[in-house]
Design a protein around this ligand. Structure first.
Ligand code: CO
Length: 342
C-alpha cells in the first residue's frame, strides 16, 4: 500500500512524468539488469531471463506513468491563471478543486462563482474549462508570475487514504495502479522470458510513449497493465458495468484502441483459473490503452491488457480495491512464470 500511495501522490501530468519515474526507479533499480530513459522520457528496464531458460521470448510489459491534469496557458492581469486540460477531463469535476502547480507545488484552487451569485440558469450549466481560472491568491499578474510560469502543469491535490480494509482512495490510479503492479512483478522476477518493462509517458494524450518504446524494443508479445473504468454503482437501468470493484483484475477483450490477442487473453484466463485468481472481463468497446499503439508496431505485436478497476478515473480522487490490485500482481506473475509464450 505504501508503494501505491507514493505513486498516487507523485505529480506526473503527460509530458512531465519525472517525479513518477524517480519513484519507480527507486523501487526497481535493484531488481533489473539495466535501465534507461529514452528521448521522450519512457523508463525502460530490462530484466534478463533466468539462465536456464532456453530461447527466452522478449516480453514487453507497459504501464503509463502520466495522469490527466492541467497546463497553465496564461496569467491574467488580476493574477488568475488560465489553463487547458491535458488529457480527458470532465469539466464538471474541476470546479472548486485544490491543485498543485509547477515544480514547487504552488497551491491553488479552481475558482467558481459562489451559488449566491448565480442566477437560476447558471446553476444548471457547467462552465467549460476555458471559462475557469485557477486562483493562487496572487493579486496581480506580476505577483502570480513570480510563483507560476506559463507552461507549468497543475495536478489535483489529493492525499491517498485508506477507506475500508480492502479499499483506498487517491488520485491517478489510472495508471499508477498499473505502475505499482509492474514494479511488484519486476521485484518477483526473473522469469523464463526477457522482460522489457516500460513505464511509459504521454498515454493520456495519444499513446505516444508506448509507440516509440515498442518500436525500439521490438517485442514478441506485450502485456499492458492499466487502471481501468469501474462503474458498478447502482443504476436506474439494468446495464452491465464495464467492470466491478472487488471482482478481480479486468482482462480486455477489445476496446477502442485494440482487439486483444486471443491466445494471450486465453493464457491469462487459464492461468487465473489454474491458480484460483478471480478475474473479470472488461465490457468491450470502451476506453483505450497503450496496447493500441504497441500492437501496431513494426510487423505487429500480440498484445493483451490486464487492468485494476478504479472508480472515478480522470477525476481528482478515485477508489480501488486492494484485492483487485494484489490479484492483478499475482495474475501477471503466474502468467510470466508459466512462460508458454507462443
Ligand atoms: Co490509463
Amino acid at each position: 500500500m505504501e508503494l501505491l500511495k507514493e505513486l498516487s501522490e507523485a505529480a506526473g501530468v503527460s509530458g512531465n512524468e519525472k517525479a513518477v519515474r524517480e519513484v519507480v526507479l527507486r523501487h526497481i533499480a535493484d531488481h533489473v539488469d539495466e535501465h534507461r530513459v529514452d528521448a521522450l522520457g519512457n523508463l525502460i528496464a530490462v530484466q534478463k531471463a533466468r539462465p536456464q531458460a532456453s530461447q527466452p521470448k522478449r516480453v514487453m510489459l507497459a504501464a503509463h506513468m502520466d495522469e490527466v491534469g492541467l497546463m497553465i496557458v496564461y496569467i491574467e492581469k488580476n493574477g488568475m491563471l488560465r489553463f487547458e486540460p491535458v488529457g480527458g477531463i470532465d469539466p464538471r469535476v474541476l470546479l472548486a478543486k485544490r491543485v498543485r502547480i509547477g515544480p514547487d507545488g504552488v497551491p491553488g484552487v479552481i475558482g467558481m462563482k459562489s451559488i449566491h451569485l448565480q442566477d437560476p440558469a447558471e446553476r444548471k450549466k457547467v462552465p467549460s474549462a476555458d471559462k475557469l481560472v485557477i486562483d493562487i491568491g496572487a493579486s496581480n499578474q506580476e505577483q502570480a508570475g513570480r510563483l507560476v510560469k506559463v507552461g507549468d502543469y497543475a495536478v489535483f491535490d489529493t492525499a491517498f487514504a485508506p477507506m475500508t480494509d480492502s479499499t483506498v482512495m487517491g488520485k491517478a490510479f489510472d495508471d499508477r495502479a498499473g505502475c505499482a503492479v509492474l514494479v511488484k512483478v519486476l521485484q518477483a522476477g526473473p522469469y523464463d522470458c526477457e522482460l522489457h518493462a516500460v513505464f511509459t509517458v504521454q498515454e493520456e494524450v495519444g499513446l505516444r510513449g508506448a509507440r516509440v518504446a515498442a518500436y525500439g524494443i521490438d517485442p514478441d508479445v506485450a502485456l499492458v497493465l492499466e487502471g481501468t473504468i469501474c462503474d458498478d454503482a447502482p443504476k436506474t437501468r439494468d446495464e452491465t458495468p464495464v467492470t466491478r470493484l472487488g471482482a478481480g483484475p479486468a482482462i480486455t477483450i477489445a476496446d477502442r484502441s485494440v482487439i486483444a490477442d486471443r491466445a494471450l487473453t486465453n493464457m491469462l484466463v487459464q492461468t487465473a483459473q489454474a491458480h484460483g485468481i478471480p478475474y473479470q472481463f472488461k465490457a468491450p468497446g470502451l476506453g483505450g490503452t497503450d496496447a493500441g499503439a504497441i500492437h501496431q508496431t513494426r510487423s505487429g505485436v500480440a498484445a493483451a491488457v490486464v487492468a485494476v478497476p478504479a472508480r472515478y478515473i480522470h477525476a481528482p480522487v478515485c477508489v480501488l480495491n486492494l484485492n483487485d490490485y494484489e490479484h492483478a500482481v499475482q495474475l501477471v506473475i503466474e502468467t510470466l512464470k508459466q512462460g508458454a509464450w507462443s
